[in-house]
Design a protein around this ligand. Structure first.
Ligand code: SF4
Ligand code: SF4
Length: 233
């Protein structure tokens, strides 16, 4: 099967700023507290009554010229054949050069054990006549933690360990199963259009042909594969 050129187009006229994408991403990818693989920029400008409010969803741009990949000394950060920027936690030495190189601030570093807060401080769950935290219950039953999505572990560390970085993968594990990324499915406004730019009939190809797209920090020369259409400026 020939390689794909996956891309996401975000229609800013459709986005209602609900952050369902951010929450879906957290749940799908077991993203630790205070990390935001899916995120957003908000900006208010002007003086009343002539004010403007912008809400711009953000994520890894899966750049064609990805400085995070170019500067990783161990090839832990790499491009796959379909153009996704992916990360191999086993090869990562935690030097954070990728994080320094990325102009978009979308790479997160596990300086502590992930999900520590959840494991230690979660509210008790009633079980078998007694109570225990979710963490204790999972240990007793030899079961996954209640927050944990085991599907994430099909192509990446299910929970990334202390001392390595992590970021959005365009839900590569879902793509491998023929599904769209979790943020795309969760969006109630259909503002996220995902697909293969090599296919002229795909959603992104059609949207990019119909509208003049923008990318974030175009002057950086990274060639993002996340595009924005119909902004309000
Ligand atoms: Fe790398 Fe940052 Fe581009 Fe993602 S947005 S591919 S992390 S440079
Ligand atoms: Fe590569 Fe890991 Fe260093 Fe990033 S932190 S540059 S992925 S080795």
């Amino acid at each position: 099967m020939s390689a794909k050129r996956y891309a996401m187009v975000i229609d800013l006229h459709k986005c209602v700023g609900c952050a369902a994408c951010d929450i879906a991403c957290k749940a799908e990818n077991n993203v630790p507290v205070e990390f935001h693989w899916s995120n957003h920029i908000t900006e208010t400008s002007g003086t009343f009554p002539n004010v403007k409010y912008k809400y711009i969803p953000t994520l890894c741009n899966h750049c064609e010229n990805a400085p995070c990949v170019q500067n990783c000394p161990t090839t832990a950060m790499y491009k796959n054949e379909d153009g996704l920027t992916l990360h191999n936690a086993d090869k990562c030495i935690g030097c954070r050069l990728c994080q320094l190189s990325c102009p978009y601030g979308v790479i997160w570093f596990n300086k502590e054990e992930p999900h520590k807060v959840y494991a230690q401080e979660s509210a008790p769950i009633v079980a078998g006549g007694g109570t225990s935290t979710g963490f204790q219950l999972a240990q007793m039953l030899d079961a996954p933690l209640p927050y944990y999505n085991p599907a994430r572990a099909q192509t990446y560390e299910g929970v990334r360990p202390r001392g390595v970085v992590e970021k959005c993968t365009f839900c590569d594990h879902r793509l491998a199963a023929g599904e769209d990324p979790a943020c795309v499915v969760a969006c109630p406004a259909d503002a996220r259009i995902f697909g293969d730019m090599n296919d002229p009939e795909s959603g992104p190809s059609k949207a990019l042909a119909q509208h003049k797209p923008k990318v974030l920090l175009a002057d950086q020369g990274t060639k993002p594969r996340v595009f924005y259409i119909r902004d309000f400026s």
